[in-house]
Design a protein around this ligand. Structure first.
Ligand SMILES: NC(=O)c1ccc[n+]([C@@H]2O[C@H](COP(=O)([O-])OP(=O)(O)OC[C@H]3O[C@@H](n4cnc5c(N)ncnc54)[C@H](OP(=O)(O)O)[C@@H]3O)[C@@H](O)[C@H]2O)c1
Length: 215
């Protein structure tokens, strides 16, 4: 699969590396332009490319958002047409780890807000709820039983594509529901976020059921 990633910081590089190791092609982007990524893509090998955001969105079979919350709207605004693009939202409305880092978005759900930035796209929220130091070692070639990755979204085909992508890097997708409900559960104010551990798919499904029962 061709995986475009908007944002090449910690999240973009971590996911890009996992996808490359699984045999996918990756295009990385950032705010400073493809030239600034030349050393990084050279280090990541021939299946890794650098591009502008507009080029990457046209190129990719799937587009990951891995930008800071405050930069996400601006990053995607350069693209005119998001129709039928599968977009994976990894972002969180926080500026830094810890309670002080939470960015107030009122009663809205972050992934629903993000979906509004990319009209016509099929947004799936994933990879946001576990910090990278726990997520990354649990996936890839050495993935074990604690490999659950929550996904939320409104389009079954997009969710299925993202679940296949997650399986290709050793994970198992656990469906939390719609972008509004599942996205809220996975988001910063929801009951599934911020776990400093990876769960087995059965454990993750139990937590989703408990969260649904408490609604
Ligand atoms: N790190 C984690 O453990 C973790 C876990 C779960 C979720 N997340 C979420 O993942 C997202 C990214 O976090 P991170 O830790 O990877 O951040 P980061 O290391 O600061 O990287 C941010 C990336 O976004 C790029 N960017 C900023 N503005 C852009 C624009 N207008 N167009 C294109 N690219 C732009 C930056 O490029 P430049 O450097 O060129 O500006 C940089 O490559 C955040 O929303 C965060 O909440 C992170």
């Amino acid at each position: 699969m061709k995986v475009a990633i908007i944002g090449s910081g910690r999240m973009g590089q971590a996911l890009g590396t996992l996808f490359l190791e699984a045999g996918h092609e990756v295009m990385l982007t950032n705010s400073r332009g493809p030239e600034s990524l030349s050393d990084l893509v050279a280090a990541l090998g021939p299946n890794c490319h650098a591009g502008a955001v507009t080029a990457a969105v046209t190129w990719g079979d799937v587009v990951f958002l891995a930008t800071p919350w405050g930069k996400t709207a601006e990053a995607v605004s350069v693209v005119d047409d998001w129709t039928d693009t599968v977009v994976v939202d990894t972002t969180n409305n926080r500026s830094k780890p810890g309670p002080d880092g939470l960015i107030d978005i009122g009663d809205t759900v972050s992934s629903v807000l993000v979906a509004g930035y990319v009209p016509g796209a099929h947004v799936v929220k994933a990879f946001n709820s576990t910090p990278l130091p726990f997520l990354v070692p649990a996936l890839g070639a050495n993935a074990g039983a604690n490999n659950a990755v929550y996904i939320a979204g409104d389009d079954p085909a997009a969710k299925s594509l993202v679940a296949d992508l997650i399986a290709s890097i050793g994970g198992e997708a656990v469906d939390t529901g719609s972008l509004a409900i599942g996205g809220w559960m996975q988001g910063m104010s929801g009951p599934l976020a911020g776990t400093l551990e990876m769960l087995t798919p059965d454990e993750a499904r139990s937590r989703v059921e408990a969260a649904r029962a408490a609604l």
